[in-house]
Design a protein around this ligand. Structure first.
Ligand code: PMT
Length: 333
């Protein structure tokens, strides 16, 4: 499979790649949700989470995937809810979700901490293992309370195409909240894709030797988000690198290029205990009292000590710092 690669702008992407079938239904749910939160005077955050896929065939058998279990997004969503935000949780199908993430089938299967009480064998009862009870009660209480208050809306994507259409539509709906909306883009989004027009309809056949596929670049949608889809919303993007030397320069470049509020840099192997917040230096907007020229960006490292406190989650500190910054952002206008 070999063909000319095309450079897609966001505009040409949406003009040529069709929307997912359930988009209108999802948008209508978002519209209702946002209206309810405005009535309740709550800030709303859009959290994107998990990796996007790139199908290689229209009748898809094979696809490329992006790394992400959805831990960052699901954990962050919980802390946003705790901080009083309403959350639109836009996640990859079957990736981790707030609350249920504590009982992931692979790391903490819930069947392992349920017991069958055989007091009366004709009517067996189920109970929770004593040492798991307190934690489950805490998670369950938070989960029930969020459901009762209607502050969590969950949306699902699989492919990068689903993600882009949904992100645009949700951002546009949320833009009515202006500064009170936050966009927390933790999803791991494919950088390359195969346009529909170049996809094989059926399963690509083996037997012809090696496979050559030339992919097109996914348009950088952060630019459109900042300039067109969100009006003054507080936008936080993530930058994932595996080479620690690239993290800061790439985070600076992202902020320079897109002009949003914060880039959170994380190294693949250190992301559970260390992140860096990169933002523009506020001193550049006036105060030139220091003799030397201030630098364009401020890098604020945030670290936790998992040896001293293994149950601590870095997302707790990330969200508390973002909530503080968002409050300032809202006050600025
Ligand atoms: O889920 P976990 O296993 O806990 O892992 C969390 C994480 C490491 C995936 C997460 O913390 C993270 O870093 N997510 C962003 C990873 C990523 O895709 O980085 P990037 O350099 O490809 O993209 C940077 C930013 O640009 C992202 O916020 C993305 O939403 C945005 N982007 C990406 C591609 C594209 N075409 N347009 C974009 O705007």
């Amino acid at each position: 499979m070999h063909s000319e690669s095309t450079s897609f702008s966001a505009e040409s992407y949406f003009a040529t790649q069709g929307p997912p079938p359930n988009l209108e239904h999802e948008v209508s749910a978002v519209r209702t949700f946002v209206a309810q939160q405005i009535q309740q005077n709550r800030n709303v955050v859009l959290v994107t989470s998990g990796g996007t896929t790139v199908p290689l065939e229209l009748n898809v058998v094979r696809f490329l995937d992006n790394f992400s279990a959805g831990t960052r997004g699901a954990t962050s969503a919980e802390y946003f809810l705790k901080a009083g935000y309403a959350v639109i949780f836009m996640h990859r199908q079957f990736s981790l979700q707030p609350f249920s993430r504590h009982y992931s089938h692979s790391t903490n299967p819930f069947l392992d901490f349920l017991e069958i009480d055989q007091v009366d064998s004709s009517d067996p009862q189920i109970s929770v293992t004593a040492d798991k009870r307190a934690h489950l009660l805490e998670v369950l209480t938070a989960y029930k309370s969020v459901h009762a208050s209607g502050t969590l809306l969950t949306l699902t994507f699989i492919t990068v195409n689903d993600y882009l259409w949904l992100l645009r539509a949700v951002s546009q709906e949320l833009s009515v909240m202006r500064r009170r909306a936050m966009y927390y883009l933790a999803a791991a989004v494919s950088d390359f894709f195969l346009p529909r027009q170049k996809m094989s309809e059926h399963k690509i056949q083996s037997g012809k030797g090696s496979l050559h596929i030339e992919m097109d670049q996914v348009p950088k949608i952060l630019k459109s988000m900042v300039d067109e889809w969100t009006h003054d919303g507080f936008i936080v993007s993530f930058k994932l690198e595996t080479d620690p030397l690239l993290l800061i320069p790439k985070a600076h470049a992202a902020l320079e290029r897109y002009g949003h509020q914060v880039v959170i840099g994380n190294d693949l192997h250190r992301r559970k205990f260390e992140v860096v917040f990169v933002s523009r230096n506020p001193q550049l907007n006036g105060d030139a009292s220091t003799g030397s020229a201030p630098s364009t960006f401020v890098d604020h490292w945030l670290r936790i000590d998992l040896i001293r406190d293994p149950s601590k989650e870095i997302e707790e500190d990330i969200i508390s710092e973002l909530v503080r910054r968002h409050e300032e952002w809202v006050k600025q206008k």
